[in-house]
Every structure is written in structure tokens, then in C-alpha cells.
Design a protein around this ligand. Sequence first.
Ligand SMILES: [Zn+2]
Length: 271
Amino acid sequence: MDAARQLAEAIREAGTRLVLVVTGAGISTASGIPTFRGSDPGAIWKDSDVSMATFEYFQRDPVGQWRWYLSRFRTVDGAQPNPAHAALVDLERWQSDRRGAFRIITQNIDTLHERAGSRDLIKVHGTSDRLRCARAGCDNGSPRGSIARSEVDISAFEAQPSLGTLPRCPLCQEILRAHVLFFDEYYQDHSDYRFADVQSSAAGAELVIFVGTSFSVGVTDLVVQNAANRAKPIFSIDPHAPALPSWMSVIQLREPAEELLPRAVSTLGQS
Ligand SMILES: [Zn+2]
């Protein structure tokens, strides 16, 4: 069967129960954002990325890590949502029109889902448009425990990167950090990562659709195991994915998401 039709059929069969979409770096490559882990030819950070995105590195060399994140933020800020992001907005609307449940959990820190118009979205690895105090337990004087990057003046650091020009917490003057989950941190470290909601979504999903995920982080394992144990259908859209172990019972659709998802959603509309 055609992959788009197969996916559309699974979505219809989920009924009003939760359609859970988990997205990773692969959904944003068509928007010009290189994957984080350096597994594709366009990856700009190659092997260095995992060691740069750690709290250990932040503590050792905050100036170096800030320069690295600023460069990443510039790439992300300049990117636009692609047809895969748009199709997920249409899918959320289609599902909500039949009073069904829908949620996206994204591992991406870019803001392309929300800029495309997705509503029910968990950013489990944090977000590029916010910063927070590096001191554990400090809420930055903000009810959300983080600050919009647009409200922080980074110009002095950009002009002359040094310890003295690093942006500081308005409450305690500690250095600010990226509001993202570093590789040596835990999902439970900040309430914005909404890990309890991730767990309940994984436990309640009737259908799981992975888009551009590498299956190398904890959230994918959690979602796959929950769905596989309950014998719920699991799809993965990734044109370059290696074969997954059979226990995962993932149906692998090897097509670009920006082509497959719009086709699947338009197939839904024709029913
Ligand atoms: Zn602080």
C-alpha cells in the first residue's frame, strides 16, 4: 500500500483517542537546520556537538558555549517551517474537528512547530527562544522560571564575547544559560520540559508517528516501549533510517516527511 494511504488509514482508525507525533531533527533539515548529532553530510558540528551541549562544558567555558549557542540560534532564527510542519498543523486541526486528541512532543529546540501554528506541543528538550539562570532553583524572577531571549540584551556579548559581557540573571546576577536540556541533564530538571505529560502521553497514545527522530534519546524509548507493549501502531518517517530492531515493531516509511505528511493529510481530507 502507498505509504501516505497507510498512514492516513492508521490515523482514521485511532478515532478520537490520542494521535501522538514525536519529532526530531530530521523534520527541520528541510528548513535548513542541520541535525544535531552530525550523522548527515550537512551537519555543521560533527562530533563536537554532544560535548558542547553539556552543563559540564557550560561550567568550564561559558563564553565558548554561549558563542556556540548564538551561532546555532542564528541558524534557527533564520529558518522557516517547511511543509512537514504545516501538515502537522493540518493534522491537528483535522483531529480536533472530530473531537479527537492530538499532541506533538518535539526534541527540537527550534521554534518551527509553534511558528507553523501547532498548539498542543511539548518541547521536551527546551527551546531556543528562552534563557534561564544557571543557578539551580533560581526562577529568574519570572513565574515561568525562564526569560524570553528577545527580552535579554546580548549585544555587548556579541560585540565582545567575554565573561564580563555574558548576560546575567536579573534576580541574582548569575550567568544566564540556554533554556535547553543538555546531554548531561535530566528531563525532570525543569518543569517546562513537561516530562510528566510526556509519560502520560506515551501511556495513552492510540497511534504514534515518529518524524525524523534518531531513536537515540530517552523519550523515543519511552514512547516506543509504551506503544509496543500495548500493541498500538507505531510509524517512523525518515528517508535515511537504518532498520530498527523488530521488538520495536515500528513501521518504517522511508520518505521525506515534507513530502509524505502533506500527502497523508490530503488523503485524510478526501475521505
Ligand atoms: Zn538567578
